[in-house]
Structures are given as structure tokens and as C-alpha cells.
Write a protein that binds this ligand. Structure first.
Ligand code: F0G
Length: 459
């Protein structure tokens, strides 16, 4: 049913609530100092509106909570496994589905199997864990998103598209070293931007020509399909599940985190067509995750994921989801805050490099902005920039392509008044941006440093 009214409402009503926790400015200042100015180190009790991630933080539905009760914890061949398998195959009909405890476990197993020194893995943009898992094997991770995808203020309906010319050059020069081509839908590290069906067909054609398999990092496939439906010529009114099946038909496999679009608190999977690759991956799975009919998951998790998969392709849900993210982005844009445009599916990305021109990339403008949003209003966002991507595998450091702060929207969790509050806080901080200090790192681990590094504000 399409409404004749303009207002897009939440397609649910609230059934159970969690209290928010209000801290004084002083207490927040104390908390962030103790956390080494790293928002990942905060006690979540000290956060008012948590936009750190949309991963595993969504509100499960009544029917997902009910599904948990159907969880069957048999070690092998649990009925819950078959419920899960059927729900996955309804959208992604791959012969082999390998459950894992979350997305990066699927990445770890896949790249341990097909990566290694001398190999190169292209992607539109690798997510941080994907890049880290590729590099951990000694392989090289290259990002080949279209040039528009690296320019925050440039509008493009499918800014997550792969640069087909660049991919063709890479495959021509180093095809033998490429074990797989990846496409991330939506392109999280590049602003939550979608990839068009046309572009995916183009990638498929190149993969066919060079005999290389194509895998999807499909965490936000439903949001991507919604953008295809609303932006790509000829796709209007097509069911999201149907678009998803076409996307899946173009790929040879996928890695997946069930913590995103499937609205579960935990879970993921690896899927593929190739029998011998699947066998090698399952052998690793048994070592690190568990038996092939549960991976790292409880039977009840498999049930919740299956139900979440059915809910996330619902058009009323997706219309609300995409519109409510755009609502935040458009308001910030009107307030003069530089953001990645157009607004992505799961998050609004603030362009910290543009907002804080006085803080050079190696003084971490994204970190500076993220800390300021917490100090001012208890909002926790996530730096996606030089802290996350600036350290190269050889230990040297350089600026990332962009310095962004991601405000990720947990699914079905916050209401419009929460978002109005976020708009007010961000606009207030932006007005004072010239006074924000840069940071230096005082402690960092060798990989994925953004999770645990400690910082100090510069005078
Ligand atoms: N791929 C993409 C595109 C992701 O966004 C994530 C996680 C993963 C893979 C890994 O999945 O967390 O289940 O191991 N992204 C979260 C985020 C953490 O905040 O964007 P995971």
C-alpha cells in the first residue's frame, strides 16, 4: 500500500524500551579522558545516543524474539540450521552456506584459504576488517571505487560503483594474482553508498573475461537493493527480494555479517558455488568456529537471523529506514555541516577534513570531531579516516582518502526526536569547529589500531 500522505512513519510501534543514561558535561569530560580520547574505550553507560555502529545494535522485532524460543541447540543438524539455510537461500541461492559467528570470521576463513603473499584483492572499498584480513595473509587489498566515490561533496546515484576501467587494468596486468574480485554493498567505508545493478553486471563481465570469481560483501544488501529500486532506471516497483536474487545471481559467493541488514545481534556466513573451495573453507570452520551446521552460533541465533532476513526486505521497513537516515543528513546539510552526499543507507558521514581545515590529516580531524560530539552531547560516532586507514602494512603512516565521522543509525532503535537532538548537537559543534584541537596517538597496536589506540589532544 502506498500512502497518499507525505509523512513516512516508523512501520512499527514500540513494545519494550530501554532507559537512556544522562551524564553531566563534567562526567563526560572525565570519561573521555580516561578512555584515552578513544570512543571505543568508553563504557557504553557513558553514552547518550550511540551511533558508533549499526552492527548488532538494531532492535529485534517481536517475531525475532519469539523465534529465539524455537532455537534448537543440537550440535549437528539442528532444525534451526535448516530454518536459517532456507532463509539465506531464499535470497542468496548458493549451494554452500557456511555459518560463522560474524562477518569477519567469514573473511578470515576465505582469505586464509585464497589469500597469501603475492595475491591482490580488488574491492570497491575494503571495510577495515576485510582489509585487515586480506593483509594479514600477506596479500594486498586495493580499493577501486569510481573517482566520485572519493569526493565527499560530489553527488552520484551509485557512488559505491567499482571503477570498471581500473579493474580491467588490474586484471590485465595482474589477473593471475587475483584470486577473487570483491564488491561491497553498500560501500560502507566510502559513505554507505550503493552499487548499481548495471555496475555489478559490468564487474561480472570482466570477471568472466578474466576467469576470476566475484564475491559480494553483502552486509547491507537490502539497503543497496532499495537504492537500486528507487534510483536505477527500470527497477521501480520491483520487489527487493527479487532485486537481491538478481544481485546474488551475478556472484560466485559472498561474505556476510548478519549484524547489519538481517537485524541480528550476532552472526554471519560465507557462501559460494565452488565445491572444492567450500570444502577447504569448512575444514577451517571446524577448527575455529564450529560444526558446519552452526558455525559460531547458537541455534537461537540462527532462528533470529532467519526471521530478520525476512523482515529486512520489507518495503515499508526500507522506505522508513532510508528516509530516516536521509532526514538526518539533509538537516545537517541545510545547517551547513559538510557531509558525504548523497546520504548513504545506514549512516550519515560528516566530512571532518572539510569542517576542520586547520587540523591536518595526520592530526586526525575525524577523531577531533568525534570526540567533540561526545563531549558536547554524549553522541558517539566513529572516525573513518586516517586513524582507521592511515597506517600502512609496512608501519609507515599517511593520510587516508577521506577523514570522515560516521554517524551510523542502529535499525529501528532511535526515534525522530533522538535524531532532532543529534542534529542540534552536531550543528552546535560545527559552529565552533575552528576551536577544536587536533590529536596525537600515544599508544597503538599493529593492526586495526582505531579500536584500542590512545590519544592526547594537542595544545
Ligand atoms: N564488511 C562490512 C562492509 C562491514 O561493514 C563489516 C562490519 C564487516 C564486513 C565485518 O562484519 O562486524 O560482523 O565482523 N562493520 C561494522 C561497522 C563493524 O561498524 O561498520 P562483522
Amino acid at each position: 500500500m502506498t500512502s497518499r500522505f507525505r509523512t513516512i512513519i516508523e512501520p512499527f510501534r514500540i513494545h519494550s524500551v530501554e532507559p537512556l543514561r544522562f551524564l553531566s558535561d563534567e562526567d563526560r569530560g572525565e570519561a573521555i579522558r580516561e578512555a584515552g580520547y578513544n570512543l571505543f574505550n568508553l563504557h557504553a553507560d557513558a553514552v547518550l545516543i550511540d551511533l558508533l555502529t549499526d552492527s548488532g545494535t538494531g532492535a529485534m522485532s517481536r517475531d525475532q524474539w519469539a523465534a529465539l524460543q524455537h532455537g534448537d541447540e543440537s550440535y549437528a543438524g539442528s532444525p534451526s540450521w535448516y530454518v536459517f539455510l532456507e532463509a539465506v537461500r531464499e535470497l542468496f541461492p548458493f549451494p554452500h552456506v557456511i555459518p560463522t559467528h560474524q562477518g569477519r570470521a567469514a573473511e578470515k576463513i576465505l582469505f586464509a584459504t585464497i589469500g597469501g603473499p603475492g595475491r591482490v584483492i580488488p574491492n570497491n572499498t575494503h571495510f577495515d576488517t576485510t582489509r585487515a584480513n586480506v593483509e594479514y595473509t600477506g596479500a594486498e587489498a586495493v580499493d577501486l571505487v569510481i573517482p566520485e566515490g572519493r569526493q565527499p561533496s560530489v553527488e552520484h546515484p551509485f557512488k559505491g560503483n567499482m571503477d570498471l576501467g581500473a579493474l580491467e587494468r588490474l586484471l590485465t596486468e595482474r589477473g593471475a594474482d587475483v584470486p577473487v574480485v570483491f564488491v561491497t554493498i553498500t560501500n560502507n567505508s566510502g559513505g554507505g553508498q550503493p552499487v548499481s545493478l548495471e555496475n555489478l553486471h559490468g564487474v561480472r563481465a570482466l570477471c568472466n573475461r578474466f576467469g576470476v570469481p566475484l564475491f559480494l560483501d553483502a552486509c547491507r544488501f537490502a539497503e543497496n537493493a532499495w537504492f537500486i529500486r528507487t534510483r536505477e532506471p527500470g527497477q521501480q516497483d520491483r520487489p527487493v527480494a527479487d532485486i537481491t536474487r538478481e544481485v546474488a545471481s551475478l556472484a560466485d559467493g559472498m561474505t556476510m555479517s548478519a549484524k547489519k541488514d538481517p537485524m541480528s545481534n550476532i552472526g554471519g556466513w560465507l557462501a559460494m558455488r565452488d565445491d572444492s573451495l567450500a570444502e577447504r573453507c569448512r575444514n577451517l570452520l571446524v577448527l575455529t568456529e564450529g560444526f558446519p551446521t552452526y558455525g559460531g552460533l547458537a541455534g537461537r541465533d540462527l532462528e533470529a537471523i532467519a526471521q530478520g532476513l525476512r523482515e529486512c526486505v520489507d518495503e515499508h521497513y526500507l522506505r522508513y529506514r532510508i528516509r530516516s537516515t536521509a532526514y538526518l543528513g539533509e538537516a545537517l546539510d541545510r545547517a551547513g555541516v559538510p557531509i558525504v552526499k548523497p546520504v548513504g543507507g545506514h549512516a550519515v558521514y560528516l566530512d571532518a577534513r572539510a569542517l576542520l581545515p586547520h587540523v591536518e590529516p595526520l592530526r586526525y580531524p575525524g577523531q577531533a570531531l568525534a570526540v567533540a560530539l561526545y563531549e558536547a552531547g554524549g553522541i558517539r560516532g566513529c572516525e573513518i579516516g586516517t586513524v582507521m586507514f592511515g597506517r600502512r602494512p609496512d608501519g609507515t603512516e599517511g593520510p587516508a582518502a577521506m577523514d570522515l565521522v560516521r554517524l551510523a543509525i542502529p535499525r529501528r532503535t532511535y526515534t525522530q526526536s533522538h535524531v532532532d537532538y543529534v542534529i542540534e548537537v552536531v550543528a552546535g559543534v560545527a559552529a565552533e569547529a575552528a576551536s577544536l584541537p587536533g590529536y596525537r596517538i600515544v599508544e597503538e597496536p599493529p593492526q586495526l589500531r582505531h579500536f584500542t589506540a590512545r590519544f592526547e589532544p594537542l595544545a
